[in-house]
Design a protein around this ligand. Sequence first.
Ligand code: FRU
Length: 493
Amino acid sequence: MSQMLRDARHYEEEQERAIAPEDRPGFHLSARVGWMNDPNGFSRFGGLYHMFYQYHPYDSHWGPMHWGHAVSEDLLRWRHLPCAMAPDMPYDREGCFSGSAIALSDGRHALMYTGVAEEIGPDGTRLQVQTQNLAFGDGAEYVKYERNPVITAADLPAGGSRCDFRDPKLWQEADGSFRALIANDHADGGGRMLLYKSDDLKRWEYVGALAENRDRLGRMWECPDFFELDGKHVLLGSAQDMLPRGFEYHNGNGTFYLLGDFDRESGAFTEESDHAIDYGIDFYAPQTILTPDGRRVMIGWMQNWDTCNLHTPSTPWFGQMSLPRELSVKNGRLYQKPLRELEALRGAAVVHEHVTLCNEEISLPGVSGRMADMEIELEPGESPFNRFAVRFAKDDRFHTTVSFRPGESVLKVDRKFSGSRRAIIHQRRAKVDHERGRLKLRLILDRYSVEVFVNDGEKVMSATLYTDLAADGIAFFADGSLKFSVRFYPLSL
Ligand code: FRU
């Protein structure tokens, strides 16, 4: 083991003691210490779920990327393991960037990741060059392959950038051969997802571009995931520098999915449609796995590159993952539902049915707290209402709001009054389907976040909030008049 990896392990073990469990999310994975970004190597191995992540243990801001590591039996209760990789080789000295993992038939766990190395050109300019690399392990200790890198600039098609060539998604086909889908920037207008194949994981051959951006969805694409679901193929990606398209994408760095069909023989993907994966403030770089019982489950980084650098440097940890979400494809869209194992964390239900709300804000007995699963159904009456809102993480000074204006069909998440002292993005809006104001919402609160599942997972909005935990009130508000029902479950581990 390198001294650099030993140092990281020593540091995280020492520093983690200073973080009380109550100062973290309860059932969302957060950085062991320091900084966390993308999920990496999300896989099942040795009877456990493994999640690695982009990790800078020494600071709560991004820095030389290590791979953090955690395991879980239910995807909700996570146990941190020692840091898995440090940037300790010539080909990854500038960082072990994102990648994926698979269980091999010979009993080993294989990681494929992007190594970043600096090159100094003849004129003194510095270039950060990216290659794809392997590491093999037993679920706790990983050894980098001695012949790394395995995919380099020499394997790029004409016009591909060797500086933006990263985040391999690895999988194995039924015939035992391997595929890797890798994000690459191209002179013709942004990202592409390039497909490679191999019989032994070590020698790779370029197949073709699975999807091309052509200046549609931001610029560089990152972090591909690709799978078959409900008779369709789904390509997940994250795009830098997006422009909004109606309500569909937001400015900045965001996520998208392409639905289509894939011809395994030729490697051609025929796209049918594209949408945002999450319409809230904080969601990026998701990865998926197939659970042993056949569910496709996705976890993303619950943060936003445009705002994640504005927290105080002294925070002992920064960065958390989203809730694991069960995916399905229906009506040409990707649906997301909270992982069903979450229901095991529910306490006794508090139910209020057909509550009348008329130009007022009310709270309801038994409905409060910062770890909760709350199902709300709006039951509009004869006359239309202007606005319904639920406010949570609330006290006299603070609250975060999810509000719905049926006249505009807009659902909004707003954390302006959450205690933030920065001029960051505080609001996002999504168009939602409803029948004359009839709408179903499910809010999952976990101390420092909210995830809003609309109409049984048709759309999701995620946002982090850093409100003091003493603000644990929940209230309901209407401009106009309607009835609503709520099923509230406190959550605990
Ligand atoms: C996405 C990303 C990846 C890269 C990693 C670096 O959030 O930019 O493309 O591998 O983060 O930390």
